[in-house]
Design a protein around this ligand. Structure first.
Ligand code: AMP
Length: 613
């Protein structure tokens, strides 16, 4: 049976693994790894000899910075293009080059064709980013059987699925990002409770702190500014990273860069020693930034660190003693050991591959949606169908209706976010369901279904129940929602909670009032022959009063007018019953508080939530 490989497609580096005899193993790249890091730097370079990927691409980056592409993962799911030699490349195509290199090296190492893979993605990756990752796999000739969240894969590698029920905190500090994920496990099921992080915090920030120090030291010693020289800076970057990595295992690291500059025609060399203590001082501002996202995730999940049964570390910089200490200090407890934090995500992906092939049983992986998902309804109100942190795969449907008489098309506007009004959330796309037979407003039944599959990919379908006509979402405007934006969205929702509630209340009351006025006018027409002139005039006056209140846009005036009209409407029932049936229409109103349940509330948009009424 062909092997399913697991791939950790990282921002700075990637890693791959496969299962052998029930144990996941790392797949080496053709070149091996440098500095004991991951096997495949996520780097692609365009050279006159062709396209280089991985270690060879990283090695020549100094000499070819303009045609060397790094960190393409940050652009996944956007419409960004890399223009090289007059040709445009999408992020998917660049990522596919990294994946193809992994596929080729894996085939050479395993002596077998590889056509299927499990690829990991950050827990907060949105639909576009996940879709783009799947597409990259396809372009590389890999069928992506499953996308797995990185922290889930890491937990699998640590064997936490077998350690019974518990709460897990995953701290993933990589080259350029920091992700915190809180998960619960039990019966082989993982469920994400909260995610937080910083998309601009990682090992590279530490390298930058060391570079700044080296530049300043060199300037004061030789009077030469290395920061103005691009190639010198790249050499400094490599040397700083190498020293930082060495210092995870030693107390002092040499930094030697011969011929780094010229002064008065003579070569100048950089030759220093960096102690671990000095490095720890230099990177302190970076370490200080680790605390915030951890606290945020615990706050979101409503957990305290004492609730946690396992803390697991992911990513190269978590090999540093000072980083471990910082995490232990913030959480007030020890961290799990025994699995290499650089390898655990790829190893977990390989385990998930084995679950899918049937080699490993009894693990089911559940993840959650990072933000709520919903549609825009009448008056610009955001109506959530799937709540934030809902466990996926999930599917939810609701029935909506039209807002105008004779309406044959509805627009389905799909949004992601926490705010009450549609305009304050992120638009994921919109589509139209057209060709419905013209009918009075409120009559058509349009079922909108949200379906998030196990990969976190969202499909939205709208179906007109009468004709069974149906349309599906195609996302038109690619957008990106990274962790900081998710956190921002949640914070905004908290900060604007009261104001949003008021705006929403006004729109909803307006919708109900408008529907009530419409309904009452219809009733006035339907029962005209059975009503006394006095009742008809009173109803007319109440309807006009409500319309006036609507025009004034004052919520308490609207409510009072609705109450008045509802009271008046009760007379219809009384008079019709007295006179006996005369009209073939819906039964007359027999009660109804303000915003009675039979009033379709509508103002001017074209889509209305039926279930809510
Ligand atoms: P990752 O995103 O997990 O591939 O991590 C990449 C980052 O880990 C880079 O910034 C590396 O410099 C850093 N890194 C790798 N190994 C070590 C180590 N032993 N000590 C400190 N940092 C490391």
């Amino acid at each position: 049976m062909p092997k399913i490989i697991g791939i950790d497609l990282g921002t700075t580096n990637s890693e791959a693994a496969y299962m052998e005899g029930g144990t996941p193993k790392i797949i080496p790249s053709a070149e091996g790894s440098t500095y004991g890091g991951k096997m495949f730097p996520s780097v692609v370079a365009f050279t006159k000899d062709g396209i280089l990927v991985g270690e060879p691409a990283k090695r020549q980056a100094v000499l070819n910075p303009d045609k060397t592409i790094m960190q393409i993962k940050r652009k996944m799911g956007t419409d960004h293009k890399e223009r090289i030699d007059g040709k445009d490349y999408t992020p998917q195509e660049i990522s596919a080059m990294v994946l193809r290199k992994i596929k080729t090296d894996a085939e050479a190492y395993l002596g077998d064709k590889i056509t299927q893979a499990v690829i990991t993605v950050p827990a907060y990756f949105n639909d576009n980013q996940r879709q783009a990752t799947k597409d990259a796999g396809r372009i590389a000739g890999l069928e992506v059987l499953r996308l797995v969240n990185e922290p889930t894969a890491a937990a699998l590698a640590y064997g936490l699925d077998k350690k019974g029920e518990g709460k897990i905190c995953v701290l993933d500090l990589g080259g350029g990002t920091f992700d915190v994920t809180l998960m619960e496990t039990g019966d082989g099921v993982f469920e994400v409770a909260a995610t937080s992080g910083d998309t601009q915090l990682g090992g590279m920030d530490m390298d930058n702190a060391l570079i700044q120090w080296l530049v300043a030291e060199f300037r004061s010693e030789h009077g030469v500014d290395l920061s103005a020289d691009r190639q010198a800076l790249q050499r400094l970057r490599d040397a700083a990273e190498k020293a930082k990595i060495e210092l995870s295992g030693t107390m002092e690291a040499p930094i030697n860069l011969p011929f780094i500059a010229q002064k008065a025609g003579a070569p100048v060399h950089l030759d220093r020693k960096l102690s671990r203590t000095k490095m720890e001082q230099l990177i302190e501002p970076v370490l200080a930034r680790l605390e915030g996202p951890i606290r945020q995730a615990f706050k979101d999940a409503g957990w305290s660190s004492g609730d946690v049964n396992h803390v697991i570390l992911v990513g190269g910089p978590t090999r540093m003693p000072v980083v471990r200490e910082r995490f232990e200090r913030v959480l007030g407890r020890g961290v799990e050991r025994g699995v290499d934090p650089m390898q655990c995500v790829a190893l977990g992906a390989a385990i998930q591959g084995a679950v899918l092939s049937g080699e490993v049983k009894d693990i089911l992986l559940l993840d959650v949606t990072p933000l709520s998902l919903g549609v825009e309804t009448l008056g610009g109100v955001y109506h959530k169908l799937i709540e934030r942190n809902a466990t996926i795969p999930t599917r939810k449907s609701e029935v909506f209706t039209t807002a105008a008489d004779g309406q044959t098309t509805v627009e389905v506007h799909v949004l992601q976010g926490e705010r009450a009004m549609a305009a304050d959330n992120v638009s994921l796309g919109r589509f139209y369901l057209s060709g419905m037979p013209p009918s009075p407003r409120g009559m058509p039944q349009i079922e909108v279904m949200f379906d998030i599959d196990a990969n976190g990919i969202l499909n939205v379908t709208a179906t007109d129940k009468a004709t069974s006509k149906s349309e599906k979402l195609t996302i038109m405007a690619p957008q990106r929602m990274d962790q900081s934006k998710i956190d921002q969205a949640v914070r905004d929702a908290e900060a604007h909670g009261e104001e949003d509630r008021r705006r929403r209340e006004l729109v909803e009351t307006r919708n109900l009032a408008d529907g009530l006025a419409y309904q009452s006018e219809k009733e006035l027409e339907t029962y005209a022959s059975q009503l006394s002139d006095e009742t008809k005039a009173a109803l007319r006056a109440r309807i006009d009063e409500l319309k006036k209140a609507l025009a004034a846009n004052d919520i308490s005036e609207i409510r009072t007018a609705m109450e008045g009209l509802n009271k008046e409407r009760l007379k219809i029932g009384v008079e019709v019953q007295k006179k006996g049936p005369g009209a073939e229409a819906a039964p007359p109103p027999s009660g109804g508080a303000a915003g009675g349940s039979d009033a379709p509330g509508v103002v001017d948009a074209d889509f209305e939530d039926v279930d809510k009424k």
